[in-house]
Ligand binder design. Sequence first.
Ligand SMILES: [Zn+2]
Length: 269
Amino acid sequence: MRLFPLVFLFCASCVWAQTMEDPEVARARLELARLQGLVETGVLPPVQLEKAKAAVADAEDGAVMHRDIQQQDLTEEEADQLVAAAGRRFERRKQAFDDAKKLIEAGAAPQLSLGTSLRDLDFARKEYDLAETRARLAREIDEMARAEEALQARMQVAPADAASLAERFDGNGVFNPQIFHRVEAAFEGRFGHPLPVSANGETAVHRALGFDHRGRVDVALRPDQPEGVWLRQFLTANGIPFFAFRQAVPGKATGAHIHLGPMSTRLAE
Ligand SMILES: [Zn+2]
């Protein structure tokens, strides 16, 4: 499945992380359980328990990151959770860095000890940026699906009026993987980079909206940008059906895309 370039940064752990407990979380929980007994019997001060609880929360946020950072089809809620988890991870690293700096300023730790905290902070900042990018893409995909939802609803109640929401070309009505590969190859040959596919077939977002998007492909191109104009001409010349969406909500430049194939049908209730 062709995704946005960012998504090529693949993490090996995300596949199993969806079905099993993350090992970092398991480790942090075990440590918390171990310390709980020691704090209750007064062997260790309560502050150790607080630290262990924070470590569990941090590992849980890390697990959300591992699971979702490379997911193509996050729902909006999952995207928000991802950014929130990355934000908390960053704040904890920032706090650790500030604490380490204070110790150095007080002469209680050597200057060198700041290096690790700084590296952790930099990494958390990059993770946060990545989470934000991922969430932005997820929202764009969501907007595209909503544009299709609006069109589908309009086609049912006022078909003559649907043209105001999207440009429709029925062509010969046929769209399949072989035709899609031809489109991809022609686009890449013309522009020297892959077709920016945002949704290939069914996604979680389409399912959540009750759509059957199987056998359809969404391309993240505005219909009037040069590549979008070329793509529409290519599809028209080859009789390939498409819908070109200029915006999801009138006046709002989001949700613009080109949908290849016939319009989606509603999923069976
Ligand atoms: Zn579509």
